[in-house]
Design a binder for this molecule. Structure first.
Ligand SMILES: [Zn+2]
Length: 282
């Protein structure tokens, strides 16, 4: 059933009550390969215009970086190259002058961030699933902000929770995101009954705890290349688990690199205004 978008809804991502509600794609709209069958459902959820705009920019930026690191000969990714080229202003027709300038700047930005692979040899920070495409002669690497990937994975999960259990993920519950080192779907995900397809190689598996249905596990596959393992649990439980396990990390530390900069809006997510959340009409 489609949920109608009404005024003064809460944004699924920043949780604020807003009168500028928009529809945000649960799976990033720019990440659907061109080869996605028409029958695939494109879920959307209520999202404030600020989150929608900033997430859209982040997804577009990540798409171009990721596309340089995936095997485009794979069925899942073959419909992506043309999308990435278009966002760089290559092979795109009918663009306005302003859009052409924007895309040229974006292209220059990406080019300026390429690093010789030799500079990174032996250093940590490679993200599982990504790397030079097989058979590629490329001598270059591109930085991919781990924080950005985590924000997109979190967004997918928040959207799925809203669609599947009519829920906003909010305190005392929180989320942790991990990148899985392999494309092998482990148990208990492999036998999960809730599996949702978002296009070639893109799917979500969901499991919940019987003792507390708000404790939820997700396995997200993106283009059969990138695999996220996500846990929603009580923040206290997650903090205890954090102490037991070392977190998967992307590029180490250097947040001053331009490519590592995430929109300050997304980094410092606005806190919902409690006075709005409890407002009652008398
Ligand atoms: Zn928002």
């Amino acid at each position: 059933m489609t949920k109608g978008l009404v005024r003064n809804e809460r944004c699924v991502h920043c949780l604020r009550l807003t009168d500028s509600i928009t529809a945000d794609h649960v799976f990033p709209s720019s990440w659907y390969p061109d080869t996605t069958p028409g029958a695939v459902q494109h879920w959307t959820v209520p999202c404030c215009s600020e989150c929608n705009r900033e997430l859209g920019k982040l997804e577009q930026d990540l798409l171009v970086r990721l596309i340089l690191c995936v095997n485009l000969k794979s069925e899942a990714a073959s419909g992506l190259a043309s999308k990435a080229l278009r966002s760089l202003g290559i092979d795109a027709s009918g663009l306005s002058e302003r859009e052409k300038i924007y895309r040229r700047r974006f292209r220059d930005k990406i080019r300026s961030e390429l690093m010789p692979q030799a500079d990174l040899a032996g250093k940590p920070g490679r993200i599982a699933g990504l790397g030079p495409p097989e058979g590629s002669e490329s001598q270059w690497s591109i930085p991919i902000p781990w924080a950005g990937l985590a924000i997109v994975a979190e967004k997918i999960v928040c959207g799925c929770e809203y669609k599947l259990s009519d829920r906003l993920v909010e305190p005392p519950y929180a989320m942790r995101i991990f990148v899985s080192p392999s494309d092998f779907v482990p148990e208990p995900y492999a036998s999960a009954s809730q599996v949702f397809e978002f296009g070639p190689g893109c799917s979500v598996r969901r499991l919940f705890a019987r003792v507390d249905p708000n404790v939820v596990l997700y396995w997200i596959s993106v283009w059969n290349t990138l695999h996220f393992n996500v846990k929603i649990d009580l923040e206290d439980e997650l903090m205890q688990a954090d102490q037991r396990a070392s977190q998967v990390q992307g590029m180490p530390g250097d947040l001053n690199r331009r490519a590592m900069q995430i929109s300050p809006y997304l980094r410092n997510h606005p806190q919902p205004d409690p006075s709005l959340g409890t407002k009652r009409h008398s």
